[in-house]
Write a protein that binds this ligand. Structure first.
Ligand SMILES: Nc1ncnc2c1ncn2[C@@H]1O[C@H](COP(=O)(O)OP(=O)(O)OP(=O)(O)O)[C@@H](O)[C@H]1O
Ligand SMILES: [Mg+2]
Length: 327
């Protein structure tokens, strides 16, 4: 099984992930290890996940105050990349020093799988929390990565819809149980399945930001238009604001349809569309197959690596009061 302990990082890789220069990083390492033996080995040394997390805390997580903690990856269209991006970003944020909880709300359990949970696991899931009234803290598990916890899913979530839809105040059940966790975690990332259901309405109302993952293709834009109408209507019915961002995914710079779709997205949805986009790249597929984040096996030049780093930094920026990276 691959896990955080099998991944080692060079200094230039750490600098790239943290959005800092290698000289800034090496200055910091020499200062912080002035009096120990590590200093003379730093140049050649490869750093573990836990060590990188400690280093990047100084440059990233310690410098921001996250106030939009619950991030839901959503689209009622299937296969747009919700799980892939939720997977990459949750591990990346943990690596940058944040305390992260990933919640799998999809009975297909793909997020649980890539985070190392066996498909046939009998861990408790959100079903036990929302229906059987288990305390949420009792269903949180350590993942394979330092700083990242997980509530995995399994097929039990297919039975969630009916009893949840019969509850009083049903749409706000998840928001209520997640509220106390905001004191523990910097980020709570939720992966959803491609439906409009009571479960996903719950995720939508719990979200501080709804990250709509949208492919840059004509049909995806049609679907997005309908989705935004649904969200507007739901927000009106529930008398609350729903803050959403759109993440363009699977962008292909060489195809006219993809370029055009991105142009339309930016024109129609303006600031809702993230500046960062994720290009179509085989490394994302390999990552799922290997059950390993892209930084676990990609070279520094990988498009997927670059895009996931940019996306993670923009999510931090959109979720925080201020960002002040050390230089
Ligand atoms: N940027 C990308 N480049 C290449 N392949 C991608 C990219 N993003 C996602 N994929 C691939 O697209 C497929 C669907 O991705 P994923 O499972 O993340 O979508 P999803 O929205 O979670 O799907 P579902 O709606 O079934 O939950 C996967 O094979 C994944 O590896
Ligand atoms: Mg998925």
């Amino acid at each position: 099984m691959n896990n955080g302990d099998d991944i080692y990082f060079s200094q230039s890789y750490i600098a790239q992930i943290g959005g800092i220069t290698t000289s800034t990083l090496s200055r910091y390492l020499s200062k912080s290890h002035e009096n120990d033996d590590l200093n003379k080995d730093n140049k050649r040394k490869k750093f573990s996940f836990a060590e990188v997390r400690n280093i990047l805390k100084h440059f990233v997580s310690n410098n921001v105050s996250i106030n939009k903690k619950i991030q839901v990856f959503f689209n009622f269209k299937g296969g747009t990349g919700k799980t892939s991006l939720c997977h990459q970003v949750s591990i990346n944020l943990a690596l940058m020093g944040f305390k992260v909880l990933a919640i799998d709300c999809d009975p297909q359990a793909h997020l649980s799988y890539v985070l190392g949970f066996d498909e046939t696991h009998d861990y408790k899931t959100l079903y036990d929390v929302l229906i059987n009234k288990f305390p949420i803290n009792d269903v949180i598990n350590k993942s394979l990565y330092d700083g990242l916890d997980c509530i995995p899913s399994n097929l039990s979530l297919t039975r969630l819809e009916l009893p949840l839809s019969q509850k009083l105040n049903r749409e706000r059940t998840l928001a209520k149980v997640l509220e106390p966790l905001k004191n523990i975690y910097d980020f709570i990332l939720i992966d959803t399945n491609p439906t409009i259901s009571t479960v996903n309405q719950n995720a939508t109302l719990a979200a501080d930001i709804l990250n709509i993952v949208c492919e840059t293709q004509p049909f995806s834009l049609k679907g997005l238009e309908m989705l935004i109408q649904e969200i507007d209507k739901f927000s009106e019915d529930m008398e609350c604001d729903i803050n959403y961002s759109i993440i363009p995914n699977k962008y292909e710079s060489k195809t006219a349809t993809s370029q055009e779709a991105l142009g339309t997205l930016r024109h129609e949805y303006k600031n809702h569309v993230m500046e960062s986009l994720v290009r179509k790249c085989e490394d994302i597929n390999i990552s799922a197959k290997k059950k390993m984040p892209v930084f676990g096996f990609c070279t520094k030049r990988s498009m997927a690596l670059e895009d996931i780093i940019d996306l993670s930094h923009e999510i931090i920026k959109r979720s925080s009061k201020k960002v002040r990276y050390e230089s």
